[in-house]
Design a binder for this molecule. Structure first.
Ligand SMILES: Nc1nc2c(ncn2[C@@H]2O[C@H](COP(=O)(O)OP(=O)(O)OP(=O)(O)O)[C@@H](O)[C@H]2O)c(=O)[nH]1
Ligand SMILES: [Mg+2]
Length: 222
């Protein structure tokens, strides 16, 4: 989180993390598509020919709150390919919250696990406590045939404390719910760590309401 007192600006950084081709870029593309055009930032993507992020994607969202503060939410994706670890680590720096985008396909179980492990290590390397950082998990590609069952996912979810979302990012399903879930967790955490309301008059519920309005619809799970 960055707070610029002079400009009365709060910047929140959210990172979409996960193995290669799990659908991180697709999530940002869907969010971009679902947002009303007014005040919508430009989606910056840098991809190779075969859908692979080389560096990162960035979608900035900016709006004024009732407290007279400008809030900027910066959404980043990391490149999932194993070889890009140093870039992932760089993008993760200063993250306020992470959405882990897992691939639901059974053959991707190991890739998900390896990526989750590397997320925890990279957070630790940045001096961030993985168990304290706001984190939500999305199981994407629910439309494909050979995926882990919903029951199995729910069972795993009941063992962890993270919220789980099911999605088909290419159809835009579950994308907003994941994003609003992540934003809610992150703002609640920032409020408890920094007392945004008491110190700056910033009510995080107000920020969430502004975000919901940006989509022009009421997101389900948020
Ligand atoms: N069937 C299906 N395909 C999907 C879904 N989400 C993404 N894809 C496809 O999976 C491929 C990879 O998606 P990306 O969003 O580029 O994946 P990424 O996680 O950004 O990949 P890296 O940048 O390499 O880390 C693309 O061809 C997408 O169209 C989904 O929900 N269902
Ligand atoms: Mg990508």
């Amino acid at each position: 989180m960055q707070l610029d007192f002079h400009a009365r600006e709060l910047t929140v950084k959210l990172v979409y993390y996960g193995p290669a081709l799990s659908g991180k870029t697709t999530n940002l593309q869907a969010i971009h598509r679902l947002l009303k055009t007014e005040g919508r930032g430009r989606l910056m993507t840098l991809e190779t020919r075969d859908d692979r992020t080389l560096f990162f994607d960035l979608l900035p969202l900016t709006f004024a709150t009732d407290a007279g503060l400008t809030v900027r939410v910066k959404l980043f994706t990391v490149p999932g390919q194993v070889i890009h670890n140093s870039t992932r680590k760089l993008v993760l720096q200063g993250a306020d919250g992470v959405a882990f985008i897992a691939d639901s396909q059974i053959q991707e179980v190991r890739a998900n696990q390896a990526s989750f492990k590397d997320l925890r290590q990279n957070l630790k390397d940045h001096g961030l406590n993985p168990s304290k950082l706001p984190l939500v998990i999305q199981y994407n590609k629910r439309d494909l045939p050979n995926v882990r069952s919903e029951e199995e996912i729910r069972r795993m979810a009941s063992r962890g404390k993270e919220k789980i979302f099911l999605a088909t990012a290419t159809h835009g399903t579950g994308v907003m719910e994941t994003f609003m879930g992540l934003t809610t967790e992150t703002l609640q955490h920032l409020e408890s760590e920094h007392q945004l309301k008491g110190r700056f008059g910033l009510d995080y519920q107000d920020v969430l309401a502004h975000l919901r309005q940006r989509f022009g619809a009421t997101p389900g799970a948020a």
